[in-house]
Design a binder for this molecule. Structure first.
Ligand code: CAA
Length: 257
């Protein structure tokens, strides 16, 4: 499938989506969000894909929602259209999703990264929610996901001041899983993605589901949920293969079912 705002490829069970509006620093307009959902639909439906990476350019992962598109919007139309509701589908994906962030991840760009399962950042990455400067607030979950990730104090300060967090600071605060040299960011992220994609897909998807449930359930309910999914995996071909391979001292060959 061809896209105007994205580049999409699949290699070694990894789907790679590159945001591609360089003249607008990958600002998220309606077309880009729609195409991103189409690309994710395509990759989620592809049995040959076990992990998805979203990245941008060396200068910008994404510099936010498209301000030029939004500036003329009015209420109640933006409310009636439920503008940006489509973006919620990005965060509801079931296959593992990694953000490889270099340069600016501001506003909606930061929120997009936060919707991924984890973030690898180049040393030059900058994370921020500058919406207050524009007379609005974050609209794609930034106040919620940043607070879940960092806690109130560490989240409230950049939300209210618009201050950008450096990659190193973001890693220390728990927003970013790892900081990598800019020149190897994508290669290292793809290598990690290949590792995940090589594992049993149902087990990887259930792992993601369990970790995400930790934000919604109390500890006992969460542990019970995890236990039920753990039990269910004993009906999978991959459980037999993974455990037999260990006993037989060989590498497993998962069929991802
Ligand atoms: N929307 C639309 N266009 C954008 C954009 C955005 N969010 N960010 C950058 N651009 C455009 C610029 O207008 C410029 O276009 P022109 O060449 O046509 O003027 C081009 O991208 C390059 O940008 P700059 O010349 O500004 O580049 P810079 O290197 O000087 O600055 C920057 C980079 C600091 C990221 C600056 O572009 C900037 O501040 N961008 C806006 C960041 C922002 O406020 N993001 C939040 C958006 S609101 C939001 O996201 C709401 C939400 O939660 C849903």
């Amino acid at each position: 499938m061809e896209y105007e705002t994205l580049l999409v490829s699949v290699q070694e069970r990894v789907g790679l989506i590159t945001l591609n509006r360089p003249k607008a620093l990958n600002a998220l307009n309606s077309q880009l969000v729609a195409e991103l959902n189409q690309a994710l639909d395509q990759l989620e439906a592809d049995a040959g894909v076990g992990c998805i990476v979203i990245t941008g350019s060396a200068k910008a992962f994404a510099a936010g929602a498209d301000i030029k598109e939004m500036s003329a919007f009015g209420f109640p139309q933006i409310y009636l259209d439920d503008f940006f509701a489509a973006a919620d589908r990005i965060g509801a994906r079931r296959k593992p999703l990694i953000a490889a962030v270099a340069g600016y991840a501001l506003g909606g760009g930061c929120e997009l990264a936060l919707m991924c399962d984890f973030i690898y950042a180049a040393e030059n990455a900058r994370f921020g929610l500058p919406e207050l400067t524009l007379g609005v607030i974050p609209g794609i979950g930034g106040t919620q996901r940043l607070t879940h990730a960092l806690g109130k104090a560490k989240a409230m300060e950049p939300c209210l001041t618009g201050r950008q967090l450096t990659a190193e600071e973001a890693e220390r605060a728990g927003l970013v899983a790892r900081v990598l040299p800019a020149e190897s960011l994508l290669d290292e992220t793809l290598a990690v993605a290949r590792g995940i994609a090589g594992k049993s897909l149902p087990a990887a998807m259930m792992t993601k589901e369990c970790v995400n449930r930790a934000f919604e359930l109390g500890l006992n309910e969460g542990v019970r949920f995890e236990r039920r999914l753990f039990h269910s995996l004993f009906a999978s071909a991959d459980q037999k293969e993974g455990m037999n391979a260990f006993v037989e001292k060989r590498a497993p060959h998962f069929t991802h079912r």
